[in-house]
Design a protein around this ligand. Sequence first.
Ligand code: DHB
Length: 397
Amino acid sequence: MKKRQFLGAILGAAAFAGIVPSAMAQEKPFKVGLLLPMTGQFATTGRQLEAAAKLYVQEHGDVVAGRKVELIVKDDTGVPDISRRQAQELLVKDKVDVLAGFGLTPLALAAAPLATQSKTPEIVMAAGTASITEASPYIVRTSVTLPQGAATMAKWAPENGIKKVVTLVSDYGPGIDAEQSFIEEFKSKGGEVVETLRVPLRNPDFSPFLQKVRDIQPDAVFVFVPSGAGAALVKQFVERGMDKAGIRLIGTGDLTDDDLLNGMGDDALGIITAYHYSAAHPSEANKQFVDAFKKANNGMRPNFMAIGAYDGMHVIYEAIKATDGKGDGPALLAAMKGLSYESPRGPVTIDPETRDIIQNIYLREVKRDPADGELYNIEFDVAEAVKDPYKEAKKNK
Ligand code: DHB
């Protein structure tokens, strides 16, 4: 019997008996539903996430443990109702094995009940509100929590001449997290927060808020704005002469996003931020990642969103391998918990208890690299293996 005939006979018999041989079952593709804001105000986030996920597949091959990995990208446009509907469709119609992406907190939260009901891992590659991982036991995060960045910044500031601060954040989950954890840590170190300002998430006009900061004249303004919004804020800060008036600009790394940093020009020089990823992170793994990302994307530089997607794909690949390509949702989830490896950002672990990421948070200053004339977030200090401070505080209560 020729091989094809033999296979045909087996398949026929299996179909007759209502069984699919396991070798055939494994040929079913492993589907990853990627929900991303590809259009609208947050399109830069979607573009970075998609590029990084595709780079990972390109570098590591699209067959893992006998399963062909298929990425299905959906544009959620940054709107939670659309994200929920698309997640539903991906689960029911496409029968995806994993949901991933989630460029904003409300999008990750919208899909969470579906992940729970369907027992499907939801890999949060971008959103940063600390409580997201509590919305479903199937959520695993590979981005960052805002308290990781904000609390690290709040420790540094009072040791560096900053005693009086105004906070200015986007008025939604990650902004409120950044504000609260900055205040708590900064006050405990003797700092004073004299005003807390919250600006709308959608189409913000920073000018009245910055004017208020200028009138108050603090030592520094601590800022959280989502990826993509930093350039407008920095421009207006300098236009108002706030830097010349001696007010320092500090924040989480969203402010000096690697994607947009060069476009900010000299205005961005000297801004200090704390975060988990810089394109200038000095490691061999990161150099390779940055070079490959730029090569595959017309010179575009990866930002902290990109590393969340790249590592998210790594976590998915490792879980497929660990379950030999046969794992259902709960088995994949179990394989992801406790995973530890060297990412281009530095060493990372998926906390087996919280499913959140444990990682280094770096302090960085924007500088111009004389070698290529470009602006970078240059790391000058590190807080190692930082667990999400929000969950740590809850545990200790
Ligand atoms: C979130 C979005 C961002 O663009 C960012 O930089 C950080 C957090 C969020 O919605 O969670």
